[in-house]
Design a protein around this ligand. Structure first.
Ligand SMILES: [Zn+2]
Length: 202
């Protein structure tokens, strides 16, 4: 049996942006927390497996039993615009800004520059859905990816994959204007910045 402290620390170290020191702090925090908090955390994690689904259309995660997520299902959303984002948290930031009424597609990450890995991204599924989306009225795909080198190389890869289908169906591919400062993640941008970036897209 491995040491439970060590074991949990190794799990936390696998989280994005978390190194050994922070992972150790999380474990220490939990050790000093009440048993009820630890139970609540364990139950919340357990529930992710049961009551959370991934939307087959936009790939975001949502709680519930509906076939599609609330955004894809909403007939008031504008099907002519599709924002391609890296993470669910970017989608949430755009929703908070209130500046976007179109639909989304969540890639699930960016191309890793260190390894050029991109198999984990759902780019192929998106490319395969272009004809259906064109029938639903899609006119413009907005690449709303992080303003850093990984975001840029993801945009290049997505563009390459989508261009043939988009040319065939007369769909324009645009990118967010650089209202977003270089290196910034959409997730942390304020609503005004997102609005400006959307307005300045090209
Ligand atoms: Zn959806």
């Amino acid at each position: 049996m491995s040491d439970p402290i060590n074991r949990l620390q190794l799990v936390f170290e696998r989280f994005p942006g978390i190194g050994p020191r922070q992972a150790g702090r999380f474990v220490q925090f939990l050790l000093r927390s009440s048993p009820s908090l630890r139970r609540e955390l364990a139950a919340a994690i357990e529930d992710l497996g049961g009551s959370v689904r991934q939307c087959p259309k936009c790939k975001r995660f949502y709680a519930g039993t509906d076939k599609l997520c609330s955004i894809c299902e909403n007939i008031l959303r504008d099907p002519s615009l599709l924002a391609v984002v890296a993470h669910d948290t970017d989608l949430a930031a755009m929703e908070r800004s209130g500046a976007f009424r179109g639909l989304y597609y969540v890639l699930g990450g960016t191309v890793s520059l260190a390894t050029d890995k991109h198999e984990h991204l759902c780019i192929g599924d998106l490319a395969a859905s272009i004809a259906d989306r064109a029938r639903e009225g899609l006119h413009e795909i907005i690449l709303a990816l992080p303003a850093n080198t990984e975001g840029d190389s993801t945009a290049v890869r997505v563009r390459d994959k989508l261009e043939p289908a988009c040319a065939e169906h007369d769909i324009t591919i645009t990118t967010l204007g650089r209202g977003l400062s270089t290196g910034s993640e959409l997730e942390y941008a304020d609503p005004d910045t997102i609005q400006n970036a959307l307005r300045g897209r090209k």
